[in-house]
Design a protein around this ligand. Structure first.
Ligand code: T4K
Length: 374
């Protein structure tokens, strides 16, 4: 590893701008002493993201999870929300923490996003919204989901935590549905250290979201909502301003890493990969591999074999949210058999911009050597 910028292969590694660039970006804060509460860097980042994504409306947050909770609350939703159990804890936790009831639909076997065919039969008179996830940056079937939502008058809020920079036929992932949440966590393709955003269709939500994330304060002497505190601070916003300048370059480097993996692992019996979807410009956020029985070794065998070489893959997303201890007894995961199947077999391999191609080769060698040795 001597010639590498990392000393261990972890599942990912935060992208960071050159230190001097960040120092230059934050230097004015020593003059202004304005560190948070929607300051100059916050405003600069909002404008830069709108330009980059070609979107109309955005509100920044302290993290993606708060952004999701905030949009659910700002839309004043009540009742059931149809969602996927194949995601990070945040998706369902946001629904539950806002007093809504999650109902799990199954996922598609090819891209692991919410299967529109399994959504419609779950809708009843108390359903208020659909909350699908563009998991790994794979775009959901947005047209089919919107058609169902229009038919039953439901809101659509996308968890687009993984999909910053992803486009469908040239349109940003943030432009679909009523709203979309992005995560800018350190582990994401684009990070602000911690951070997140909501993109939304109705411009009337702009003031509402900015008030909700600031205690519901609407003026120096008026507080109209019981809001929380979820404002992005100036240091995080400055990190975003810098990282955004390098994002295209970062995604181009990730592409080379992804293509090397696909070249090495395509066509191997029992190995299922997520290749770019038709019409989609990907961001190469994650490198999920599903190990089917024909591979001759289990996902856990591969995970252990990599670990033995100090290579840290992760089981995103196992267990299913519906199997978490905190939800035990409330859901039956056998009702989402595709999600159950994928969660038991998936491994996300290391993926980050600076991952050396010879390390990708090493990882693939270990994976392939595991086949039929489980
Ligand atoms: N919806 C979805 C679908 C999500 O995936 C997430 C977050 C959210 C909503 C919520 O968004 P945020 O509120 O987080 O903005 C990580 C992240 O903490 C989490 O943001 C992310 N999803 C999830 C998929 O992954 P862990 O528990 O796996 O993180 P951790 O600490 O084990 O880190 C994983 C690897 O990342 C480390 O092995 C090394 C690398 N890393 C980590 C950190 C913290 C870095 O390179 N730099 C760092 O600063 O959850």
């Amino acid at each position: 590893m001597a010639d590498k910028p990392y000393d261990k292969i972890l599942v990912t590694r935060s992208s960071m701008p050159p230190l001097e660039e960040y120092v230059e970006e934050i230097a004015p804060l020593w003059q202004s002493h304005w560190l948070t509460n929607m300051g100059a860097e916050h405003q600069k980042l909002e404008v830069a993201i709108k330009d980059y994504l070609g979107i109309d409306n955005i509100a920044l947050f302290t993290n993606g999870h708060s952004a999701l909770e905030c949009i659910l609350e700002a839309m004043d939703l009540r009742g059931k929300v149809i969602t996927t159990p194949y995601s990070f804890a945040s998706t369902t936790h946001a629904i539950v923490r806002k007093g809504l009831v999650p109902v799990f639909a199954d996922i598609k076997p090819d891209d692991y996003t919410l299967d529109p065919a399994s959504v419609e039969r779950l809708i009843d008179s108390s359903t208020c919204a659909i909350l699908p996830v563009h998991v790994y940056g794979n775009m959901c079937d947005v047209a089919a989901i919107q058609e169902i939502a229009d038919k039953y008058n439901l809101k659509v809020i996308y968890d687009a935590a993984h999909a910053f920079g992803v486009r469908l036929d040239g349109t940003s992932s943030g432009m679909f549905g009523d709203a979309a949440m992005y995560s800018f966590h350190a582990t994401k393709v684009f990070n602000t250290i911690e951070g997140g955003a909501v993109c939304f269709r109705d411009p009337a939500l702009h003031d509402l979201l900015n008030q909700w994330k600031n205690f519901g304060i609407t003026g120096t002497e008026s507080v109209e909502y019981v809001g929380g505190n979820a404002k992005m601070n100036e240091f995080c916003a400055a990190m975003g301003v810098c990282n955004l300048r390098h994002l295209d370059e970062e995604i181009a480097k990730r592409r080379l890493v992804a293509e090397r993996y696909w070249e090495r692992l395509s066509g191997v019996a029992g190995v299922r990969l997520c290749l770019p979807q038709k019409g989609v410009t990907p961001n190469y956020a994650y490198l999920p591999v599903v190990f089917e029985d024909e591979f001759g070794a289990t996902r856990d065998d591969v995970y252990e074999a990599l670990l033995a070489r100090d290579i840290h893959a992760r089981k995103y997303f196992y267990p299913l949210i519906s199997d978490y201890e905190c939800y035990r007894g409330h859901f039956d995961s056998s009702k989402t058999p595709v999600a159950q199947h994928v969660a038991a077999r998936v491994l996300t391999l290391p993926m980050f911009a600076d991952l050396a191609l010879d390390d990708v080769d090493l990882i693939c060698d270990v994976v392939l050597a595991t086949a039929h040795r489980g």
